[in-house]
Design a protein around this ligand. Structure first.
Ligand SMILES: [Zn+2]
Length: 116
């Protein structure tokens, strides 16, 4: 449910960007969403369609780039995707720690359509 306010924010930023560049319509919004960001891409898409209605964001294509979280091995320093129920490094068998990879949540780019 907490995707609602964040989706409102995405639309606000896109509208501002569109107004500043004299756009008649927002074409695409590219969003980077890590799987540990706490946000569900499907929910953002659902709210987007509702909130964007009647704004220049209506009909815009939301492109969501998912990022898979990664662990970093404490012993050999390798980065790898976590297997379920395991923190073991696939390279040396050492114990790994969580990293910030997978916690991303930001707008990567916005493209607009201008009248002429
Ligand atoms: Zn290792």
């Amino acid at each position: 449910m907490h995707e609602y306010p964040i989706t409102e924010r995405i639309i606000e930023i896109s509208k501002k960007h569109g107004e500043e560049s004299g756009a008649s319509k927002i074409e695409t919004i590219c969003l980077v969403v890590g799987d540990q960001s706490g946000f569900i891409a499907e929910s953002i898409q659902m709210y987007f369609d509702i909130i964007a209605e009647g704004t220049i964001c209506e009909g815009a294509r939301l492109i969501i780039k998912p990022i898979k979280s990664q662990l970093k091995c404490d012993a050999c320093g390798a980065f790898f995707h976590r297997e379920p129920f395991s923190f073991k490094c696939p390279h040396c068998g050492g114990d790994a720690s969580p990293t910030d990879i997978g916690k991303e949540f930001y707008i990567e780019s916005i493209t607009v359509e201008t009248e002429d």
